[in-house]
Ligand binder design. Structure first.
Ligand code: ADP
Length: 255
């Protein structure tokens, strides 16, 4: 519980930070990138060209970071409906293929009995894509990404209310995580990736989104074997109360 409070406080801090600076920062980066792009293409002087290209690359990384921060602060805006999860995943296949690239096999194992989840389809699609990108990053030499769904009945376990849940599993055959990394994986800004490659906001965002719908994100991972990410969302029929409560208490104080 203490851990969860610490996490909520951190997310609150991220929300405030975002509201304060990310927007202005993005507006500043636009003319910087525009100017650098012109310098990089117009100059005939190789050293100037290389300096401008490097600076442009750094500005692009900055824009990506502020973009993620902005997306993060928006997660408190809830619009829920009964989401047919299998159809949603089925409809993402082209997008998934393009995002993941040809080196990784994609398998589907959708349970026809999984039913509908009470959630926002756009946010869930985003969450699945986020997890798929992490899976790809964990399989630099190729591997298999398995997307599956299931229906689960959960007794009150301290985190989730008792009831029916729809599970979305994103499993990879990648590097896996050490227990230390696993313990911190959903913390905002926790990343093991190089500067510019990871922001450490992906899992925190997925976790936050799932929680706002009365669900959660659970992770199983073993070094050298792979990782299974499990998004649990309340099934549409039993979710009404949990969602109403979540809507009244936004996790993030975005602006
Ligand atoms: P980012 O991807 O920007 O680093 P995330 O919050 O998405 O941020 O992930 C945090 C960390 O969790 C990653 O840096 C990585 O160490 C670990 N991680 C996430 N997904 C996976 C995965 N599928 N396999 C192995 N490690 C993972």
């Amino acid at each position: 519980a203490e851990e969860r409070l610490r996490q909520a406080q951190k997310m609150q801090a991220v929300g405030q930070l975002t509201g304060g600076i990310a927007h202005d920062f993005n507006n500043l980066l636009t003319p910087i990138m525009g100017g650098l792009e012109i310098i990089a293409t117009m100059t005939a002087e190789p050293r100037t060209k290389s300096l401008a290209s490097n600076a442009l690359e750094a500005a692009r990384r900055g824009a990506k970071l502020t973009g993620q921060l902005l997306a993060f602060s928006r997660t408190h805006r809830l619009s829920t409906s009964a989401v047919p999860v299998n159809d949603l995943i089925g409809g993402m296949q082209d997008l998934m293929r393009h995002t993941i690239g040809p080196e990784i096999a994609i398998k589907l194992a959708l349970d026809p009995a999984c039913g509908t989840a009470q959630a926002d389809p756009n946010q869930i699609e985003n969450a699945i894509l986020n997890l798929a990108i992490n899976a790809r990053d964990a399989m630099p030499d190729g591997g298999t990404l398995t997307l599956s769904t299931a229906r689960e009945t959960i007794a009150d376990d301290g985190e989730l209310a008792a009831g029916d849940y729809v599970a979305i599993l994103i499993a990879d055959t990648g590097t896996g995580m050490t227990p230390e990394v696993l313990a911190r994986a959903t913390e905002p800004f926790f990343t093991t990736k190089e500067v510019g490659k990871g922001t450490g906001l992906g899992l925190a965002q997925v976790y936050g989104v799932a929680h706002q719908f009365g669900g959660t994100l659970r992770i199983d991972s073993e070094v050298g074997v792979g990782t299974t990410m499990r998004i649990l969302l309340p099934a549409a029929t039993t979710a009404t109360e949990a969602v109403a409560t979540a809507a009244e208490t936004p996790l993030l104080d975005g602006h």
